[in-house]
Structure formats: C-alpha cells, structure tokens
Design a protein around this ligand. Structure first.
Ligand SMILES: O=C(O)CCC(=O)C(=O)O
Length: 263
C-alpha cells in the first residue's frame, strides 16, 4: 500500500490495516528472539517501554518502513512514547473491551499521535485480532464506564457500552503486517480461540509538541527534531537484552499495576 493511500484511509477511517512492515520470515525471527527472552525471564505481556531494554522491538519500531508511515500520519518529528507486547495465549479468555486509547492520556494535541499494532505472529479473526469502528475517531471522546474484575485486559476494566457494533470491522493481520490507529478510534478484541499465541507489538508515537501537562514523561526521538523538551530522553537497549534495566521495568510495572489495584 502506498503512503498516499495509507494517509487517506487513516484520515477517513481512523485506522489503516495490513501495512507490510517486515516480511513473514523476519517476523518469525523476531518472535524467536522474544521467546528466547521469555524463556529466561518470564512473561513480557504488557511491560511498558520494552524498547528501552530489548533490541528486537527497538529495531522493529525504528525501521524506515515503520517511520515513513508514522511521518505521513503525524509529521517529520517523531518521538517513540511507548511500546509493549500484547500477548494472548492459545485458548485463553483474555479480551479487550470497547475503548479509546486517548481517554486517559490527556494529551495537548489529540491528532499528533498514532498507535501501531505490529503482528509478530499471525493475528487472524479467531486469534482475537483488534476490531475497529471506522470513522469513530471523528466524534472524539465517548463515555467510558469502569467495570473491573473479569477477563478485560484493561487495568480498570474501562469500557464503552454504547457502540454501534454493526459498523465494526476486524483488523486481521498476517505476521509482519501492522495496523495504525488514531487514539479516538473505538476498538475491542475477543479471546484467542486458536492453538497459536497471538503476539502483537503495540507502539505509541507522538509529535514532540504533544504532551501531558504536569507529567514527568520520557520518550526516544526517532526522526527529526524535538524543539520543545517536554520529554526526558530514555535509555536504548545496550544489547539483545539489558537484564538490569529489564528488572527495573518489571519493578515499575508491578508498582503501576498495584497502584491501579488499590484505587
Ligand atoms: O491487543 C489487543 O487485543 C488490543 C490492543 C489495543 O487495544 C490497543 O492497541 O489499543
């Protein structure tokens, strides 16, 4: 798909799918690298800022194939704000309720951000691929309610209850393909009913002027310039895996999740 078609689809629908960013063979190699780290350290599901400690996700998000798309969507100055694996194991009940990513971010410019979901393993409909409501980004924020406690992967169980599901479209991906979605695009994902793991690398890019007021934020400049300084720079992986930094990420992740559970 060429960049003009990617941007026009994204503007109209708030999502563009099936963008080939690496070959299926390269995706399989990245899967092996991830699974080697998991074999040693345990689950990496939903560990934020994984690009600061592991070479494989860092290489994926810094490729020209990815950054050319991001540049066409948010402009030439690009910060990498977050990356996290979202993994659904075979035949598990985990699902993600209808939501919009921007709801709890409070950014200064809602349009100067984009999320990428890159399939490290095939993500067919049966694996619980993301399902999007095209065009929903144009209406801005929808009302969310919090219903914690069941298989919803979102920490507070937040969800939108009033969704026109007739309009929704699955965003199935081959390994090596990515989708890009706007933070107001309403989406969900169902449990994985297949025998394989569903492994996505979920990534948020922002333009440097876009920030959360009063928050101490870090990010990595990937292209262009940061003329604003809202984000402190962050470490890059020193090798295939930086074990000390990974321990720190695990600790930060536990602290963040505990703080949500006590709310
Ligand atoms: O991986 C999933 O199933 C959902 C991911 C998601 O909601 C997101 O990328 O915003």
């Amino acid at each position: 798909m060429d960049l003009a078609r990617i941007t026009s689809t994204y503007e109209a629908d708030g999502v563009v799918g099936n963008v080939a960013v690496v070959s299926a063979h390269e995706a399989a190699t990245h899967r092996k690298r991830l699974e080697a780290v998991e074999a040693e350290h345990g689950s990496l599901h939903y560990i934020n800022k994984i690009h600061t400690v592991m070479a494989s996700p860092y290489e994926l998000v810094t490729s020209d194939a990815v950054l050319d798309v991001v540049e066409s969507l948010i402009g030439p100055d690009i910060l990498l704000y977050n990356s996290t694996y979202i993994i659904k194991e075979p035949h598990t009940d985990a699902y993600v309720a209808w939501h919009q990513d921007l709801t709890y971010w409070g950014l200064s410019d809602d349009n100067a951000q984009v999320s990428m979901w890159l399939a490290i393993a095939p993500a067919p409909v049966e694996s619980g691929c993301m399902v999007m409501v095209p065009g929903s980004h144009k209406a801005g924020r929808a009302e969310h309610v919090e219903r914690p406690g069941d298989g919803n992967v979102l920490l507070l169980g937040q969800q939108i209850e009033d969704v026109d599901v007739e309009l929704a479209r699955p965003c199935a991906l081959e390994a090596g393909e990515a989708s890009f979605h706007h933070g107001w695009t309403i989406h969900t994902s169902a449990p994985n009913t297949t025998d394989d793991r569903r492994i996505g690398l979920n990534v948020q890019f922002v333009a440097p002027h876009n920030h959360q007021t009063g928050e101490d934020m870090t990010a990595t400049l990937l292209r262009g310039e940061d003329r604003y300084g809202h984000y402190r720079p962050e470490p890059r992986p020193s090798g295939e895996i930086d074990r000390d930094q990974l321990d720190e990420l695990f600790a930060a992740d536990r602290k963040m999740k505990d703080s949500f559970q006590t709310k």
